[in-house]
Design a protein around this ligand. Sequence first.
Ligand SMILES: Cc1cc2nc3c(=O)[nH]c(=O)nc-3n(C[C@H](O)[C@H](O)[C@H](O)COP(=O)(O)OP(=O)(O)OC[C@H]3O[C@@H](n4cnc5c(N)ncnc54)[C@H](O)[C@@H]3O)c2cc1C
Ligand code: SF4
Length: 328
Amino acid sequence: MKPFAYFRAESAEEAVGAFAGHPGAQYLGGGTNLVDLMKLGVTAPDLLIDVSRLPLNGIDEMPDGGLHIGATVRNSDLAAHPAVRTRYAALSQALLSGASGQLRNTATTGGNLLQRTRCTYFQDISKPCNKRAPGTGCPAREGVHRDLAVLGHSADCVATHPSDMAVALAALDAAVHLHGPQGARTVAVTDFHRLPGDRPDQDTVIRSGELITGVSLPPVLPGTHCGYRKARDRASYAFALASVAAVVRVEGGVVRDAALSFGGLAHRPWRARAAEQVLRGAPATEETYARAADAELAAAEPLRDNAFKVPLARNLAVSVLADLASRT
Ligand SMILES: Cc1cc2nc3c(=O)[nH]c(=O)nc-3n(C[C@H](O)[C@H](O)[C@H](O)COP(=O)(O)OP(=O)(O)OC[C@H]3O[C@@H](n4cnc5c(N)ncnc54)[C@H](O)[C@@H]3O)c2cc1C
Ligand code: SF4
């Protein structure tokens, strides 16, 4: 392993200041992804700025009825928080469907959003990979790609985004709060992760030296229900083949409002705007849910070995929507 310096920051300002002048620096959250990638030689920071103990570990009620989640809140604490379990159940369910108890005790909200793809070529430095080494090619397109993207991929990269949490945050219309050398800014979660295009090395819109300080959730309207469902190769410790987060409000047998996002299908959590258009104002029936899922998945371009993801995602969407609607 390449030698690196270590610095534990006490405040967000100190962390951002420590980054200045160190293009090879990286922030360290729980380290559950970053340290693995360092051991594999995928990344080699010369300075690790430990932000895991910053005073950003609160989960706070906002005056508008929303919730603010600090960047260093551990995944298990977030999943167990009463407000998250009751009002934002999709988020709690998504977190609990990811990794293992030990990992969730360590992983942070900020680090979870920025975890890297599990494409096997990306993690194997003996192989070419446009994401890890731009311009070297994408062997996954013709090689092993069963777990990879069916929506929004490019000639340069067919990787999927791995986070379950981010899929729930996308359906819940969360916002990411950033603090960097140019000051603070807020980005909608749906705009935070990128499609690969010809720059698959850039997973998100985060700028060099920017620190995630927190995530906020808008208030939930009365009568709204939300949930998360994930299909994977085994019951735990596995990333999503496909997943769905849904937020719905049904009144009088009609879908009044709906937000839907897919995981495991694309380079970013896939907010299903076409499906939502079909859902709003339509009868709350399985026929509507299937039509909505089909409207979204019509854009899918499966690779040789992953066409199974399209009906899998469709069925997940129908079952989650039917389940949530039956609660009203
Ligand atoms: C065996 C295994 C199984 C897993 N299964 C799943 C799964 O099923 N679903 C799932 O969603 N996840 C899964 N994970 C991934 C796990 O959720 C992530 O590793 C974890 O959430 C990352 O959080 P962290 O705090 O440890 O991040 P770190 O590893 O510390 O950092 C990850 C990235 O975020 C950056 N970073 C960290 N904090 C900040 C910040 N505040 N501001 C800016 N940048 C920051 C780091 O520089 C790094 O680039 C699995 C992991 C393992 C090892
Ligand atoms: S899919 Fe993306 S991450 Fe995987 S080999 Fe291709 S470029 Fe690399």
